[in-house]
Design a protein around this ligand. Structure first.
Ligand SMILES: [Zn+2]
Ligand SMILES: [Zn+2]
Length: 82
């Protein structure tokens, strides 16, 4: 069983799961230090994190299943969610 991760949309407050069938991922960038994620843009190549100056690496980030925002935070795994 793949680990189920809960995500929360910071724009509309929607909760969704990594296992949701309608979940879509977009290419993004993520700080390996603080976990800050940003939507990928050309000018962000090789950039450091705005928050902590940490290294940014490519990742896939989920977009909200409701409003399609990429302003999403990880809310925890299903086990810690109850
Ligand atoms: Zn950072
Ligand atoms: Zn949303």
């Amino acid at each position: 069983m793949p680990e189920q991760i809960i995500y929360m949309c910071k724009d509309c407050g929607n909760y969704f799961r990594s296992t949701d069938s309608n979940l879509v991922y977009v290419e993004g960038l993520k700080c390996i230090n603080c976990g800050q994620s940003i939507r990928k843009k050309e000018e962000d190549q090789g950039k450091k994190c705005d928050k902590c100056g940490g290294q940014i690496k490519d990742c896939l980030m989920p977009i909200c299943t409701k409003c399609k925002s990429s302003n999403v935070k990880v809310g925890g795994s299903i086990s810690s969610f109850g």
